[in-house]
Design a protein around this ligand. Sequence first.
Ligand code: PLP
Length: 478
Amino acid sequence: MPRNAESTAFRSALEVIRGVEPRVADAIGAELADQRESLKLIASENYASPATLLAMGNWFSDKYAEGTVGRRFYAGCQNVDTVEALAAEHARELFGAAHAYVQPHSGIDANLVAFWAILADRVESPALKKAQARHVNDLTEADWFALRRELGDQRMLGMSLDAGGHLTHGFRPNISGKMFDQRSYGTDPDTGLVDYDRVAEAAREFRPLVLVAGYSAYPRKINFRIMREIADSVGATFMVDMAHFAGLVAGKVFTGDFDPVPHAHIVTSTTHKSLRGPRGGLVLCGPELADQVDRGCPMVLGGPLPHVMAAKAVALAEARRPDFADYARQIVDNARALAEGLLRRGAKLVTGGTDNHLVLIDVTGYGLTGRQAEQALLDSGIVTNRNAVPQDPNGAWYTSGIRIGTPALTTRGLGTAEMDTTAELIHAVLSQTSAGVGPDGTASKAKYVLDPALADKISRQASELLTGFPLYPDVELG
Ligand code: PLP
């Protein structure tokens, strides 16, 4: 491909958009400029390739394609079939899964598909069998009423939010918490690590239908073989949500006991975090759950997004290339270098380090809340997000943590030396920020004091750090 093909493609697209609503074209251009300038350490974000981005902006967006490949409820889906089949094939091959469902629009949607596939398999199918009915429509009113109650009376055991679990793993503000009676396992208060004996004990006591592993803010690996043994010991279905670390599984950094695919009954993921694809989700499973998973749309999903499935096919093809394994290894090397750089300068890290793509700084060590630290870093050109730490004294809004991750900066090409500089910049900001006071003179959890000259200096240093690592170097919007 000629070097300027990407520039031509994006420039032409913006020109066409500008002809209709120039403010949208301007906002798209401004977003690229902002992303180019900021030191993006948000652990759940990345930069998709130009090919992935371009695969989304086309005529596939106009197609309805309810159903599955070769079995649609709409005519004329032959080209959608091509891209959905390709995305599923790449996902199966990449992760070594028997079945892949690539329709979920996001990670939350993928989890909903998985929950309902498990409920259908474990609760609905046996009830239909018992009532000698083939379909829910064939049940009597009384049997249907009993089945609905039974579906709503199931238990889920997952990681607690403050230990790094995700809201969709059975927490009340999310629909999963309204569907399931949920209990959580936390981490060891001394080490911050998952204590498998405690998980086994909780499973024995609670006897969940579903045991969930997976996290948004746990900086270590999880042994999925042990988790599967725990699930089996209580007859639970074992589900892994690898939304955050799918790129590390794809890149064969997480193998053996740490690869969820051979151990879990069902695995869900996003496609846009460490996997570096378009915003979306997917579900992997064995043949036993495949039919139920394929009922995701219209069970819980709106019509498939064929343009995003096309982009998933492109991104998954990219992840099957050997250089993706180099990328995945570098993500982890970079996270380690960042953690070591912070520790050396005196930062306090949850679990004392990292095995994956993320680092969780306990900013109480700097006398700050997560909210204050997040804002002070943002003022200094460093984009992160605040996050609860285990047993967080500041709750889920203000928090005591800053979560940072390396997938995005690794895509830009930054390496371990730049991670050490990044640690230096983060430490410089946090160690020179102090908690502010509220209007009544008491300590505030939101206000902070940071010398604007220091914030400016760090911002300049952050952008200097990025100058050697241009984002989308072949895209020049003019
Ligand atoms: N699962 C986990 C573990 C996540 O971290 C996230 C996103 O933060 C999700 C699910 C939800 O993903 P999405 O925002 O694509 O719905």
